[in-house]
Design a protein. Structure first.
Length: 250
């Protein structure tokens, strides 16, 4: 709380020093605008649609990343074919994906595709690392005791992959949210936070621009915390963050 008050005070001092609300509005003006926004229906429609796009993109990315990583782990040819594609996705700027997607898709679908492409490589990398990290001695023992494929999957691969998978999900959720909002800014679909951000910039409503940015930050924190809490409740594990390095080695 003390750190937050410090930065708010610094912001207020800077805004007072600039003396131009068009360039840097003060925290009070931004909070007033935020209060006005939450009282109108379009605000909640935009928030709901943006969160729906993010959740859809996240789900698609997680499913595709998991399935492709599992397939590539057991089929070397598939892994050889997918590695260049995933390396391209990681190296391509988000803005390039958005602009290309706007040529092929409707504006409302572009954020979903963009968010999914941000999630897929992270899940792929962590799941692949988890599969490769399964103890070969345990796999050999399972074969010796005649375990079925289902038993090997459930008792050996799932426990090995689960920590890395959960970590990938928590890490990629925040990236998915940011990529979705960025795609909305460029694509400007109806009822979207990104569209309102763009309009605030165009009409030089700097206080509204700051207020919508605050909404993005707060919802990002809410999504990540809620997802981490749900994972802990369902699995009894607290997911670890910061395992993006697995993506680079996948």
């Amino acid at each position: 709380m003390g750190a937050a008050l410090f930065w708010l005070g610094l912001w207020a001092i800077a805004a007072n020093g600039v003396g131009q609300p068009l360039l840097l509005p003060g925290p009070v003006a931004v909070l007033e605008t935020f209060g006005q926004l939450v009282m109108i229906v379009p605000f909640w429609l935009a928030v709901g649609q943006s969160m729906l796009r993010t959740v859809s993109a996240f789900g698609i990315g997680v499913v595709l990343g998991t399935v492709l990583a599992a397939g590539a782990a057991f089929f070397p040819l598939l892994r050889a074919l997918l590695r260049p594609a995933l390396a391209t996705i990681r190296a391509t700027p988000v803005a390039s994906f958005i602009i290309l997607a706007l040529v092929w898709l409707k504006a409302g679908m572009v954020p979903v595709l963009t968010g999914a492409l941000m999630v897929l490589p992270i899940v792929w990398g962590n799941v692949s690392q988890g599969i490769e990290g399964t103890d070969p001695k345990l796999l050999e023992m399972a074969r010796s005791y005649g375990f079925s494929r289902g038993q090997v999957l459930r008792k050996l691969y799932v426990p090995s992959v689960l920590p890395a998978f959960l970590s990938a999900c928590v890490t990629s959720m925040g990236l998915c949210w940011k990529a979705t909002i960025a795609a909305e800014v460029l694509g400007r679909p109806r009822e979207a936070i990104g569209t309102y951000l763009y309009e605030a910039r165009i009409f030089l409503e700097t206080d509204a621009l700051f207020a919508w940015t605050m909404v993005v930050i707060l919802l990002s924190l809410v999504l990540e915390r809620a997802f981490a809490w749900a994972i802990k409740k369902l699995t009894g594990r607290r997911p670890r963050e910061g395992r993006d390095a697995h993506v680079l080695r996948a």
